[in-house]
Ligand binder design. Structure first.
Ligand code: NAD
Ligand code: ZN
Length: 390
């Protein structure tokens, strides 16, 4: 089959690789009909994360048709021919974290968790296409993928709804929604959202769904700011506006009720998390540029909430801890607990409350993935979100 392979920093290539096989009784194989490039993939593209190996298959936002099911999965859960969207997180469904609905913290889905624990001081759960530190699972930017614990994650879909409306249930719609939910929004609240990338676009719309009165969205890419305004947000440009002054002015000097960082690593001083030294197994360098997080803490009203769906790894230092503590702020974050949100958000799509396809700027054949990565990273050709058709 064809697959998008990581071959080094800024080096994605499409290769012919062996088809995936069922390895464990609860595996299934999906024939992929749509798969996307995510801002999280850019962290790997940019070479920010050290534990990729040449030939690793990229991608964690995919959907398609089940073509093979392991013997450990009962027919009422999943069978050949089912149309599914697959969450980017892998969860066993049986451990204490899964029982507590903390699906992205599954204790069993990352066979390399112990190495990560040694290197980073915590043990992340398994994700598709996202480094050996997170399990080394082959991703979904391919024609087929093996889905572990396939009786837990994949959501069955009706046949009459096009891929473009449901493929983002694999990650960015639930991620934006959980980011908004983590803002503890009360009716009429003002939420400031850093970033207007694809995840933030869903975060902005989710804030309004959850009752926000105002959303103030921050970026510098004109078409992304325009997309935020189309959802009803007011916008600021971080190239030309003084963000902290503007947010204070716009909220009568109180500050937004909640602040959301939907940027992550990109604005936190790139070098920092790549400093894991494999031999010494420790992180050596800290960032001194957690720009977005720092602004979010400084802008937020007293007693407010800082929600961080943006992805971080390693150390981030020089946060304004004094402001954080003395303003009695709350911070909420995490990889998305996908299985809490996929079903309810599918219902919202079916009811016509939102059509997630608004965010798509490009549909490309899988062979064009290397060019797609470059366009998406460099925000060229008004690129907001790419769907690949394998
Ligand atoms: P993206 O790279 O397309 O978007 C990031 C946006 O942030 C860009 O438009 C960029 O111009 C903007 N930006 C950069 N610096 C900024 C600053 N100082 N102030 C305001 N905006 C700034 O990425 P995306 O696909 O939208 O993803 C956003 C983040 O969400 C990434 O960190 C990604 O890894 C993360 N993510 C998290 C989860 C989760 O489970 N928590 C899931 C998916 C993605
Ligand atoms: Zn993603």
């Amino acid at each position: 089959m064809k697959a998008v392979c990581w071959m080094g920093k800024e080096k994605m290539q499409v290769h012919d690789v062996p088809d995936p096989k069922i390895l464990n009784p609860r595996d299934a194989i999906v024939r992929i009909t749509s798969t996307c490039i995510c801002g999280s993939d850019l962290h790997l593209y940019d070479g920010f994360i050290p534990t990729m190996e040449q030939g690793d298959i990229m991608g964690h936002e995919f959907m398609g048709e089940i073509v093979e099911v392991g013997p450990g999965i009962s027919k009422d859960k999943l069978k050949v021919g089912d149309r599914v969207v697959v969450p980017f997180t892998i969860a066993c469904g049986n451990c204490q974290s899964c029982k507590d609905q903390l699906w992205s913290c599954c204790d069993n889905s990352n066979p390399n968790a112990w190495i990560a624990e040694k290197m980073m001081g915590y043990s992340p759960s398994g994700l598709f296409g996202y480094t050996h530190m997170l399990g080394g699972y082959s991703g979904g930017q391919a024609q087929y993928a093996r889905v572990p614990y396939a009786d837990v994650g994949p959501l069955k879909l009706p046949s009459d709804i096009p891929d473009e409306k449901v493929v983002f249930l694999s990650d960015i719609f639930p991620t934006g929604y959980m980011g908004a939910e983590n803002c503890n929004i009360r009716p009429g609240d003002t939420v400031a959202v850093w970033g207007c990338g694809p995840v933030a676009q869903f975060a902005i719309r989710s804030c309004f769904m959850l009752g926000a009165g105002r959303v103030i969205a921050i970026d510098r890419i004109p078409e992304r700011l325009a997309m935020a305004r189309a959802a009803g947000a007011e916008t600021l440009n971080f190239d030309t506006d003084n963000i902290l002054d503007a947010l204070h002015d716009m909220t009568g000097n109180r500050g937004p009720d909640a602040c959301m960082d939907v940027v992550g690593l990109e604005a936190s001083g790139h070098g920092m998390m790549y400093a894991y030294d494999r031999a010494k197994q420790m992180a050596r360098i800290e960032t001194d540029r957690p720009i977005v997080l720092r602004q979010a803490i400084l802008a937020c009203k007293k007693g407010g909430t800082v929600s961080v769906p943006g992805v971080y790894g390693g150390l981030v230092d020089k946060l304004p801890m004094g402001a954080f503590m003395n303003k009695a702020l709350t911070m909420k974050t995490g990889q998305t607990h996908m299985m809490r949100y996929m079903g309810p958000l599918l219902e919202r799509i079916q009811k016509g409350e939102i059509d997630p396809s608004f965010v798509i700027s490009h549909k490309l054949p899988i062979d064009a993935a290397p060019e797609g990565y470059r366009m998406f990273r460099d925000k060229q050709d008004r690129c907001t979100k790419i769907v690949l058709k394998p």
